[in-house]
Design a protein. Structure first.
Length: 365
């Protein structure tokens, strides 16, 4: 059977509970595991620091009062290596430890819980800190992905400029097709402007406000924008970029900038890894209560080993770009992150006649 890849589920958050009282540790582990968290335990500060050095945790629940190295010193050492965003720390304190708590907050504790712990409050504060971390991660990845998206139009601009410069130096006159080249420069610059403007709109994520950018979209219109943005790239690589868009198509509710980033990346990848004189097709269709977009390329297809790492950040696949383009290994992983924000899925499969098809699926609105 032909291998098929789809976006894997997210791993459960991994918490570290640090408390010198065994019964406290065990109770917290049982309660948190019941709500789907992975939980590791440390009985003192030295063990906690050693565990943090060896493996990644999403959040630390740290008791202030412990023999030997207390929670304040553990926090101090954690903050030498990890920021409040990269490793949130929630202090666990008794009512008579107010001054120590103030010291901990000044040292970079994210929040605190008072003993005796109440499970609803504990869960709410853990989730609040994890949510902030997830938004910060998305923000960082959007910056990287936007930089990634700007590389392609920048290369086109440089290619046009170098072509015109070379003709001028050789003949002393501008190329005969200067008008067409200038129009291409303008279109490419407008595409870059769209990417930058969309990124600036996403700054709302970093300001902690509810995102206002999800709206009802005609998916075919969004696909057309991405097709237009990639036509010049396809032409310069000698690849036919076509489409078969189903009509009528149910609308979807999504963030258009994110959706364009996903489509631009998938279409760009199809062109990047396909040889000259091939065809890349973009199709849309309704599928039950969902809408599906497929990007079928004319490349060599995916190796069997590629499917397990398609959507893994910085993974290197077996194929190489056909036009000496760069490949960061970031785009597909970011596509998976972005599509899940709109309750969608992403996947890929090889085509019977050669090449590969990448697809996204969104709920119909």
């Amino acid at each position: 059977m032909e291998p098929v890849a789809s976006s894997p589920p997210e791993h459960d958050q991994h918490l570290l509970v640090v408390d010198d009282v065994e019964s406290n540790r065990d109770l917290m582990r049982l309660q948190l595991q019941r709500y789907g968290y992975q939980v590791s335990l440390a009985e003192d500060g030295e063990q906690a620091l050693a565990m943090i050095a060896r493996q990644r945790f999403d959040l630390v629940l740290l008791d202030i009062r412990m023999p030997g190295m207390d929670g304040i010193e553990v926090l101090r050492q954690i903050r030498c290596s990890y920021s409040q965003l990269s490793l949130p720390v929630i202090m666990v304190t008794a009512e008579d430890q107010e001054q120590r708590l103030i010291e901990a907050l000044r040292l970079g504790a994210n929040d605190y819980l008072a003993k005796p712990l109440r499970l609803p409050v504990t869960l709410a504060r853990i989730e609040a800190q994890l949510s902030v971390g997830r938004l910060a991660t998305i923000q960082e990845e959007v910056v990287r992905f936007t930089s990634h998206d700007l590389k392609k139009p920048l290369l086109v601009l440089m290619d046009i400029a170098e072509t015109m410069q070379r003709e001028w130096r050789q003949t002393g006159v501008m190329p005969a097709d200067s008008g067409e080249l200038l129009e291409l420069q303008i279109r490419t610059g407008q595409n870059m402007q769209r990417v930058i403007s969309g990124f600036l709109d996403q700054e709302v994520l970093g300001r902690g406000r509810e995102e206002p950018l999800r709206r009802v979209l005609d998916l075919n219109q969004t696909v057309q924008k991405s097709l237009q943005a990639n036509q010049d790239y396809a032409a310069r690589k000698g690849i036919v970029l076509g489409s078969e868009l189903a009509e009528p198509l149910p609308p979807v509710q999504a963030n258009e900038f994110r959706l364009c980033q996903i489509l631009d990346n998938l279409i760009g990848n199809a062109l990047k890894f396909s040889p000259r004189q091939t065809r890349t097709m973009v199709r849309t269709r309704a599928e039950g209560g969902h809408v599906r977009v497929e990007i079928e390329d004319g490349g060599p297809g995916l190796a069997e080993d590629d499917f397990a790492k398609l959507f893994v950040k910085h993974a290197r696949l077996s194929n190489r770009p056909t036009g000496n383009e760069s490949s960061s290994g970031l785009g597909l992983a970011m596509c998976r992150q972005l599509i899940t924000l709109d309750n969608g899925t992403i996947g890929a499969h090889n085509n019977p006649g050669g090449g590969a098809t990448f697809w996204i699926r969104l709920p119909a609105s």
